[in-house]
Each structure stands twice: as C-alpha cells, then as structure tokens.
Design a binder for this molecule. Structure first.
Ligand code: IPD
Ligand code: CA
Ligand code: CA
Ligand code: CA
Length: 255
C-alpha cells in the first residue's frame, strides 16, 4: 500500500471517529477523575482509543500502538512502526464545553514521523499530511506558513506554565500582541500551522505533540523541548512550537 493510500484509509477512520464522538455527545458522558479534578477521562476517550486500536490491529497487526488511555502497548522502543493516539485531546473542554477538542493520531517509523492527523471535530477541520507529502487543511494545501514575529502575533500558552511563569512564559507572552489559552494542544498547534499565531508553549505528553511535530517539520516550523533535551517520545516535556522568527526571539530571551 502506498503512503497516499494509507493516508486516505486513516482519514476515513478519523472522520468515522469524529462522527461517533458527535453522536455520543447526545448522551450523558461517564466522567472519571484521573490524577486531579482537572484531569478527566470519559467513556468517549476510552471508546475512541479502542476504535482506533481495533482498526490498526486489524489492518496492521505487527505494529505497536501508544495510546493515552493505555489500551495499546507499553511502548518503550520506537523501532518499527508505532501509532500514537490521543483519542480526545482537550478532555476538559470536551466535558465542560462539548467543544474545543480534537482527535489525533500520528504514525512514526524508526522514531521518525511519517503521517499525522489532527481533527477538530466540532469545526470539521482536519489537518493532515506527512513526510514528503505536504500538509492540508481539509482539501486545501497549506503552503508557506507566515513567519510571524513574536511582537506581531498571538501566542498560545499552557495555563499552568503561564500562571507559574515557567520558562519565563509570562515574559515571552507579554512581548506578543496577545495571549490565548485554549486548553487543547491540538488546537494550539493547529492555529500555529494555520498562520493564526506565532507560537505555542505547553507541557506535553508524546501523544499531545507527536502529530503536530510531523506536520510542523514538513512545513519548516520549529519544535523543541524547552529543557534543552532532545525530544523523546517516552517522556512528558515542556514544548515550544513556533514560527522560525518567533522561535529565534523566544530562544534569545531565554538565554
Ligand atoms: C491536554 C490538553 C491541554 C494540555 C494538557 C494536555 P488531554 O490533553 O492538550 O491543552 O495543556 O497538557 O494533557 O489530556 O485533554 O488529552
Ligand atoms: Ca488526558
Ligand atoms: Ca492531549
Ligand atoms: Ca486525551
């Protein structure tokens, strides 16, 4: 199967997952706390992860799967093909707003991102693409993301990092034209890729940033761990995603 055929197949799964999620929002959600009152999981998070795993196991039985809700494999070794799933990104928004969430999936091979899908379900916006194949918003190709400077654009940041001024997030944010805290990593990165903001800063798990990393690399956008370590798909890390111009300015301010 070609990369293009595989992408089309996965897009079908993502749209189907989106339809299922919308339908399930018509019934009461079963909500559980994970580590604290802001860290929630619902039946839809688990069912969506199970849906993707079922498809992957059926079509690609030899592959490894890393899913946020733990229904996949315990992946420690990223050799071979690994699927990374965030079934509902922005679960708190999903529960409290029934809006501002995504379903996300990435395919990596030998630790290198090959294809990625960030679907903002309620807006029917699918950002997708892959290594060497370009990046698309629905059917529209994305070319030349505007290289917005820190001073000229909106910046999106994680609430806790902003309130605690982690990595001088407040200082950086105050140099921008305005700050947004959407509470969904997928949307944070999506707005950057769409050219609507200059950077996104957050403390993220691999499933939060792996899809955006594939798409951003393809578009020449920047993503690094703010702790100076190389990005490691096994760990939670403070992430900076930015246009090249904003990236250079933020890096300079922090050194
Ligand atoms: C969360 C969201 C949020 C980010 C958190 C993530 P989840 O993902 O992306 O924006 O600030 O760090 O955990 O748990 O809703 O998939
Ligand atoms: Ca979660
Ligand atoms: Ca997430
Ligand atoms: Ca999630």
């Amino acid at each position: 199967m070609s990369q293009q055929q595989m992408v089309e197949e996965i897009k079908g799964w993502v749209y189907e997952a989106g339809e299922n999620i919308k339908r399930k929002l018509q019934s009461p959600l079963i909500v559980e706390e994970k580590t604290n009152k802001s860290d929630l999981v619902t039946n839809v998070d688990k069912e969506t992860e199970a849906f993707f795993i079922d498809k992957i196991r059926h079509h690609y039985p030899d592959d490894q799967i890393l899913g946020e809700e733990g229904l996949g494999d315990h992946v420690t070794d990223f050799s071979g093909r690994v699927w990374i799933i965030d079934p509902i990104d922005g679960t708190l928004n999903f529960v409290k707003q029934q809006d501002n969430f995504c379903t996300m999936l990435a395919v990596y091979e030998e630790g290198i991102g090959q294809m990625a899908f960030i679907y903002e379900v309620m807006r029917d916006e699918l950002l997708w693409g892959g290594k060497g194949m370009g990046v698309y918003l629905n059917e529209q190709v994305i070319k030349d993301v505007p290289n917005i400077t820190l001073e000229k654009g909106l910046i999106s940041v994680n609430t806790h990092m902003f309130l605690n001024n982690t990595y001088e997030t407040q200082t950086v944010a105050m140099k921008s034209i305005g700050v947004r805290m959407i509470g969904c990593a997928g949307i944070g990165f999506k707005e950057l890729i769409k050219g609507n903001q200059n950077a996104y800063i957050s403390n993220l798990q691999p499933w939060d940033y792996a899809p955006a990393k594939v798409l951003m690399e393809e578009l020449g956008l920047k993503m690094i761990a703010l702790n100076g370590e190389p990005l490691d798909l096994r760990q939670k890390v403070p992430i900076l995603g930015a246009t090249p111009a904003a990236f250079a300015e933020i890096q300079t301010r922090q050194n």
